[in-house]
Design a protein around this ligand. Structure first.
Ligand code: PLP
Length: 364
């Protein structure tokens, strides 16, 4: 490798793994099969803001466990869906909970809606449920936002025991859980854990996305919502955008109908596990004094920086190192400096991984 800058800031799929030709074919047949409906606000197969009915039906069927098509909402990416859910459920001044660290854009969404955001420390098997129990005992919280599978930014997966504890607390203390799970199907090792939605479908709003499974540019994310808030959420969505991008939904539907999703995921997993293993080997050999939780899937390893090094120390050296980082401080709702770095291994080639960890080792 030359001394070129390496971008370690973005958790995005590598462009050469995007299924361009397949999506092109699906776009053509979506237009052939449903063109008039896909170009209109509403039609017989898109009668409401919820989206393209054939895709809603596939998503509800796949969720199983009694999921109904009429409780599915497909939006323009899951971040957009999260914005809709947040604004339908909270009012300015409401208290909400997130894991600490958590996905920075979701923290921003909650703050923008005027929420008081409290972080619950994340442990190697998920958030500290003892601390969560104390917090919900002390005051009322409207919702908990959680990424239980291969969390962004830490790579941590919540254990089955903690999933049960958290859903029990939500039922007892009456708060919503928003389960954001875009990486669930990108598991490279170990067994799937039960979705929190399966444990408490009346308290959990499940969210997922095709950004990491097909392509982010399609902007397709979706949620399944409990019956009693359906109307409120749908009204908010309709007032926001009348309908989402139906054309993209038609494309995703064609992709699923052809049975292309599972082989695409297998192809992604084959490539991502090589990158994850390259990162783990490099960390073990070059940075034994740092610590990290070994992820079983997803996009990220969260590195605890050794020897009191803070993110600000790293940032000061980033130009000299030729490395770009995302701002670790934004993952922590408490603010302040942190000893943490998110490494998005899927985005980097094994060569870039080796080079970036060598450069990091030098500065640490
Ligand atoms: C946990 C999590 N939620 C939501 C998103 C946003 O995904 P989408 O492209 O579906 O908006 C991301 C993207 O990285 C993410 O990591």
């Amino acid at each position: 490798m030359t001394n070129e800058a390496i971008d370690m800031s973005r958790g995005v799929p590598p462009t050469d793994l995007l299924p361009t030709e397949k999506v092109k074919e699906c776009a053509m047949s979506a237009m052939d099969n449903f063109g008039r409906s896909l170009l209109q606000y509403h039609s017989k197969i898109t009668p409401t803001v919820q989206g393209f009915q054939p895709l809603m039906e596939l998503l509800a069927d796949e969720m199983g466990n009694g999921a109904k098509q009429e409780n599915v909402l497909i939006g323009n990416g899951s971040l957009d869906v999260f914005d809709i859910l947040t604004n339908s459920l909270v009012e300015a001044g409401d208290n909400v909970l997130v894991e600490s660290p958590s996905y920075d854009r979701s923290i921003t969404t909650l703050e923008r809606a005027g929420c008081n955001v409290t972080g619950v420390p994340l442990e190697e098997d998920g958030l500290d449920t003892g601390r969560l129990a104390d917090l919900v005992e002390e005051k009322n919280f409207k919702l908990l936002y959680i990424i239980p599978d291969f969390q962004n930014p830490s790579g941590i997966t919540t254990s089955t025991k903690k999933r049960n504890e958290v859903t029990e607390l939500a039922e007892e203390h009456d708060f919503w859980i928003i389960e954001d799970s875009p990486y669930y199907k990108l598991r490279y090792k170990g067994e799937h854990k039960p979705r929190m939605w399966d444990l408490s479908p009346q308290k959990v709003l499940y969210m997922s996305s095709f950004s990491k499974l097909i392509a982010p540019g399609l902007r397709i994310g979706w949620t399944i919502i409990p019956e009693d808030i359906n109307e409120k959420v749908l009204q908010y969505a309709e007032d926001s955008y009348i309908t989402p991008s139906i054309l993209s939904q038609g494309v995703v539907y064609e992709f699923l109908q052809r049975g292309w999703l599972e082989p695409n995921i297998e192809k992604l997993k084959e490539s991502y596990v090589v990158r994850l293993n390259a990162l783990l080997e490099n960390l073990e050999s070059k940075m034994p004094e740092a610590s990290w939780a070994e992820p079983e899937g997803g996009f990220f390893v969260g590195l605890n920086l050794p020897g009191g090094t803070t993110f600000t120390d790293l940032e000061e050296k980033s130009e000299e190192l030729g490395l770009n980082f995302s701002d670790s401080r934004k993952f922590f709702p408490e603010g302040g400096d942190v000893n943490f770095l998110r490494i998005p291994f899927c985005t980097l080639s094994p060569e870039e991984i080796e080079e970036s960890i060598s450069r990091l080792k030098e500065v640490l």
